[in-house]
Each structure stands twice: as C-alpha cells, then as structure tokens.
Ligand binder design. Structure first.
Ligand code: ADP
Ligand code: ZN
Length: 613
C-alpha cells in the first residue's frame, strides 16, 4: 500500500493535508524531518502513516501521559497496534505492553522522555529494530520554547546508544527561529527536510471584545454557541472558580480545571469534558496540552494570555474537526497589569544567570506587547496573527471581528487632530495620560483625576463631548495602530505623540478611518440565525447518531470523538449512506472502523429512514 491508501484504509481520509505528504515521503526515503505545523494541522498522521510502512518499530516521544493515551486509543480504534509506556501503568500493564512490543506486533510505541533513560528501555531498544524515532512537541527541547523539558535533552544520548540510528522526525507548532535551531542541534538531526505549513486555520473565527462586563459578554458568547462544546480560559485559579460558579448559577452544565484541584478531581473533570458528558470547561492554561478533542466549537479567553504563541496554541484547540469555530478574547485594561505582574514575578528560575534572566524578562515583555497590540487591533486579526508567525497574508479575511464589523470610511482628520492635540497639550504641562483618561478629557468627564489635575482648564477639555465613548476609543486605537500615537510602556502605558503626528496636527495630512457602522454582536447574532439550517443537516438525525456513538464509546471505554468525529457524523447525516461502500466514502471512516461500527450506524440510518416515510 502507498501512503495515500494507508490514509484511507486506516484513518478514513481521502486526501493529505498541506505538508503531510512531503514529510511522509522524506521519512520513507530515510531522511530526517522537522515539521512545523500549527495545532490541529495533523502532525500525528505524518509519523503514523510511515510507521505502518517502515520495517521495524516506531518510537514516539511525547511529553504528556494524557496525550499519549489519547493517541494510542485513537490508533487502536483504527486497527493499528500501539502501546504506551509511562509511569502511571501498573506492573501488569507494563509487562503486557512490553510483551506486545517484543512480539513484534506493535507498530508504534509511545514513551515519555524519562523512559529513555532507564536501563531496561535501552536493552529493549537494542534487541528490537527501531525504524523511526518521532519526537512530538519538539519545542520542549529548547530553553527558549514555552515548555522546556530537560528530559528531552536525553533523546540524543538514547539515539547514540542505539546499534543503528533510526530516521528521526521532529514536530512542533512553535515556529520561531531560535527554537528551530535548538531542535535541530539538540536532536542531532542530519540534514533535515524542514517544512513549515501555513499557520492559517480558515475555519477559526477570531474576535476580540472589550466588554464593560466580561460576564455578560461571556453569556452572550454561550448563547451564540448553544449546545456546543467550548473551553473558557481564565488567568488564575481564583478567576476560574468564580467564572465556573457564575455559569453554574446561570444553569450551565460546566466543569473546571486548574492546578489547585486534587489530581483525582482534575482528571475526572477532564474526562467528563472529553467524553462530552459536560460540554463546557473553565480552566487555567494548565488545561489543554495534549487535549485534542476534535469537536471543541469555541474557545473564550476570559483574560488576555501572555503571548501570541500561548494564545494561538490555546485558541487553536477550537475547530480541529475543520468545522466553523469561534475564538474570542475578552480584553480588559486589568489584563495588562496582571500579565506584567506575572512576568516580573516568574523570574525565579535558579538555573539561569542574572543576564539570562534579564534577557528572558525582556523577551516576555516584547511578547506581551505584541499580544496587547492584537487586542487593540482594528484591522484584520487573522492578518496580524499570520504576520506574527512570519507569513504573508491578505489584509482582509472576512472571518474575524474586524472584517465582520460593518464599517464606514470617513475623513476623520478633525477628530484625529483633536485627539492628538489633547496629548500635545498635556505634554506642554509635562503630563501624559492613558487612552481611557484621554477619552475622558476629550468628552469632558469630571473624574477624580481630571479634577485633581485641573485638566478642565485644558483647551481640549470637552471638545468631543458629542462623540460616543466607544467610537472615540476606537479612533484612539486606530491612531495607535497606525503609529501616530505610541504607548509608553515605561510610563504606565500613557500615550505620547510620534513624529508621524505632526503633519496631521499641522493640517498637512488627512486621516481616513473605517469606523464601525453597527454593532458586531448584532451581526454575529444574525449570522447565527442565517446559519441555522446548517449544511442541510437534520438535527434530529444528528442527535440520534450521537446517541449511537455515545453508546459505542461507553462500550469501548474511549471518548466519543475517538469513535467518530462530529464532522464525520455530520457527513453521515447529509450523505446518509445505505451500504458499507457508501459509508467508506465518508471522511473519517476507515476499514477498521467500518467493520467495528459501520453496522450500528447503518442500522440507525436505516431505522430513521423507515420512520420518516
Ligand atoms: P496536531 O497537528 O495538533 O497534532 P492532530 O494530528 O491531532 O493535530 O490532527 C488534528 C485532527 O485532524 C485529527 O482529528 C486528525 O485525525 C485530523 N486529520 C489529520 N490529517 C487529516 C487529513 N489528511 N484529512 C482529514 N483529517 C485529518
Ligand atoms: Zn479578518
């Protein structure tokens, strides 16, 4: 069988996604590879397909037990013999796994990096031919990555101790140059084929909201995504508890996850979410690495995360099944302060020299700035994300909060001049203010700060009192994003003029702005209504098939999405196959799953058809 046939037979997919085929070809020819693909792009297939073709065992190094177990369960469901070795197995399970490996049946062996250091693992590895070593989440090798794992550094020792060096395939979603160089060096990759696939996930809709009350905004999002599965990320354990309590009080079925819970509760909550028993989970960023639940339809960030890298990874857990999904960030002014505090207090890594520590701190601040810019963006969010990860992209995607906001382009030279001159007048008094205070001065508010500082006497006080607060703030954001204004990080984020502002102030340059014509929320609500008759899909049938899936999943002790993804169920609802061949044509249905589950679903479809005549 060739790679494409294997993809169809075992995984049930008709075509490779971007980059998969090239990586697989290189591996099969015996070359090392480094695959850089965003979360959800399908890295696993890149080593799982060759693992079925190469003579010998494939060892997969993976950082998390939950990740390994999930992968192994998925493989077994597809009829591929795989086992994992980690510290949570009991003696019997261990012995069973080892026997299976020794018998030569097993195609893929998943192991935590710590396992590599043990004597017996080495002796096992020396008696069984290893054809490939796949390193998942390879950025764990690098100190400059986000999740440095010292035990990853032993992978090279392990490789060198093997009688014959297998082909090495490394995968990560982290694209930065430093991390890439580290991976190649620390794994001793030999002239690797490097492939970076597009970071764009077109089915994800990016939205930033700056709500007055985050709880209300969250409830709106949940209403918009009724009956769907979602993750709500909060910045702290306390916030996680609060938000979860709030939602429970409102009657939502929701669970929680953070490092302050007992291990038992943590894993029970996680399981309930993975098995679709509870559709919503509120969590800190401790949740999610290795969670590849495919039917997460939305991810909300209740707080701004610390970097675009972290954001893209967490939000990227939405829409893995390729269905439309929504990623919303709720931004509040407090988020900046909390993140700054977190950076300054997280510098207690003893292993670093003071210089290293200072360097890391600076980098963290730069990353935070980029994140803040994202939150204040009025231009296409997707464009910004892709540019951040080093890709070129069109400036209008049509599927983000900015692009979906109906705007009207106006000549905003006069309001721009008013805003800029307010900053200028303050500067004359050797003062500077943040965006919020500037808006308050311009609209003529009488806040404590304004009274105490005597800002009522500024010539710009109250000159924009007819402009709605939100509109004004929007204009300030545009001036910031276009570089007429600058946020002074070292001065409590107060605003200052740049050289670019002078021609505007002197009336030598005009400023056009695209301002929101109507509320984004309204657009989103209407779209949802329009989208209701989704894909010609019969909701009743879908629910029926979900029940069938739930039952099978319970019998097999696996999460529902491992039986079939939601995307597969949807396709079943639309195409309604009546025999095995037609069923095999559905994306996500491979030979093995057809044999195992085909009948149950065909029966359900048949029954439904009989009832509906
Ligand atoms: P990641 O890159 O984050 O490790 P996964 O390997 O978990 O992503 O893949 C994400 C999802 O995409 C999985 O549900 C997987 O089965 C699916 N997938 C992978 N390759 C394909 C393909 N060629 N066609 C359709 N779905 C695919
Ligand atoms: Zn856009």
């Amino acid at each position: 069988m060739n790679p494409r046939q294997i993809l169809k037979e075992y995984f049930g997919y008709d075509a490779f996604r971007d980059g998969q085929e090239q990586l697989i070809e290189h591996i099969l020819q015996g070359g090392d590879v480094l695959g850089i693909m965003p979360t959800g792009a399908g890295k696993s297939v890149c080593y799982q397909v060759p693992a079925l073709m190469l003579p010998g065992l494939t060892v997969v190094i993976s950082p998390l037990i939950s990740l390994m177990e999930d992968q192994v369960a998925t493989l077994r469901e597809s009829g591929i013999p795989a086992v994992c070795l980690h510290s949570n197995l009991d003696a019997q399970q261990y012995a069973d796994a080892l026997r299976a490996v020794r018998s030569g049946q097993v195609r893929l062996l998943y192991a935590a990096p710590e396992r590599l250091e043990t004597e017996w693992f080495l002796s096992l590895a020396q008696t069984i031919p290893i054809a490939m070593l796949a390193v998942d989440e390879a950025h764990c090798l690098s100190q400059w990555g986000q999740d440095f794992r010292p035990s990853y550094l032993h992978i090279l020792d392990f490789l060198q101790a093997l009688p014959e060096r297998p082909v090495v395939a490394a995968f990560t979603a982290t694209a930065t140059e430093t991390v890439r160089i580290d991976i190649k060096r620390l794994l001793g990759l030999r002239n690797p084929y490097e492939l970076v696939t597009g970071f764009d996930r077109r089915n994800l809709r990016w939205i930033v909201e700056k709500p007055k009350k985050k709880d209300d905004a969250l409830l709106h999002i949940l209403a918009r995504n009724r009956d769907k599965s979602g993750i709500i990320y909060c910045i702290s354990r306390r916030k996680t508890e609060e938000v979860c309590d709030m939602l429970q009080q409102k009657g939502y079925a929701v669970t929680r996850y953070h490092a302050g819970l007992s291990p038992e509760e943590r894993s029970a909550n996680q399981e309930a979410f993975l098995r679709d028993e509870i559709p919503l989970i509120v969590a800190t960023n401790a949740f999610g690495m290795g969670i590849d639940k495919s039917n997460v339809s939305f991810v909300v960030h209740y707080n701004m995360p610390k970097s675009m890298e972290a954001y893209y990874q967490e939000a990227g857990r939405a829409g893995r099944d390729g269905m439309p999904a929504e990623c919303t960030l709720l931004f509040g002014a407090n988020d900046v302060r909390i993140n700054e505090m977190l950076i300054d207090s997280s510098q207690d890594n003893d292993a670093m020299t003071p210089e290293q520590r200072e360097w890391v701190r600076r980098k963290d601040h730069e990353r935070l700035q980029a994140m803040i810019r994202y939150c204040n963006l009025t231009d296409c969010l997707r464009h910004y994300i892709l540019r951040y990860f080093g890709e070129t992209a069109v400036t209008y995607c049509g599927n983000c909060g900015s692009c979906l906001t109906e705007t009207e382009t106006i000549d905003a030279t006069i309001p721009a001049q008013k805003i800029l001159s307010c900053v200028y007048r303050l500067k004359q008094r050797e003062r500077s203010c943040g965006a919020k205070a500037i808006c308050e001065i311009l609209t003529g508010k009488a806040t404590k700060q304004i009274r105490e500082q005597g800002y009522e006497t500024l010539s710009t006080y109250g000159i924009m009192q007819d402009t709605a607060e939100q509109q004004l703030r929007h204009m300030v954001d545009i001036l910031l994003s276009r570089g007429y204004l600058l946020q002074q990080i070292d001065r409590m984020n107060t605003l200052a003029l740049t050289a670019a502002a002078l021609p505007v102030l002197r009336g030598q340059e005009t400023v056009e702005m695209a301002l929101p014509k109507r509320d984004l929320q309204q657009t989103l609500r209407e779209q949802r209504l329009q989208a209701m008759p989704d894909y010609d899909m019969d909701e009743q049938l879908f629910q029926r098939l979900r029940k069938v899936r739930q039952k099978l999943a319970a019998q097999e002790y696996v999460p529902a999405y491992i039986v079939f993804s939601d995307a597969t169920l949807r396709e079943l609802c639309i195409k309604r196959p009546t025999d095995a061949d037609a069923m095999l044509a559905i994306s996500g249905v491979g030979k093995h799953k057809l044999e195992k589950y085909g009948k149950a679903f065909l029966d359900a479809l048949h029954e439904y058809a009989a009832e509906s005549v």
